[in-house]
Design a protein around this ligand. Structure first.
Ligand SMILES: [Zn+2]
Length: 57
């Protein structure tokens, strides 16, 4: 499971509504609304996400 950086929900990458690759990381979103909020505030959200365990896939 991944964490939606906008709402904090756990998101299953296989069922994510959207995903964004940014600064070498892939972010998954529970909904298109979260996706839009993220892309509108990339720095805010990407900067606010604490580094989780590294997952490379
Ligand atoms: Zn969300």
């Amino acid at each position: 499971m991944k964490t939606d950086p906008v709402c904090g929900m756990a998101v299953d990458p296989a069922k994510a509504a959207a995903k964004v690759e940014y600064a070498g990381q892939v972010y998954y979103f529970c909904s298109e609304a979260c996706h839009k909020a993220f892309t509108a505030n990339l720095r805010k959200y990407a900067g606010a996400v604490p580094r989780g365990p590294r997952e490379s896939r």
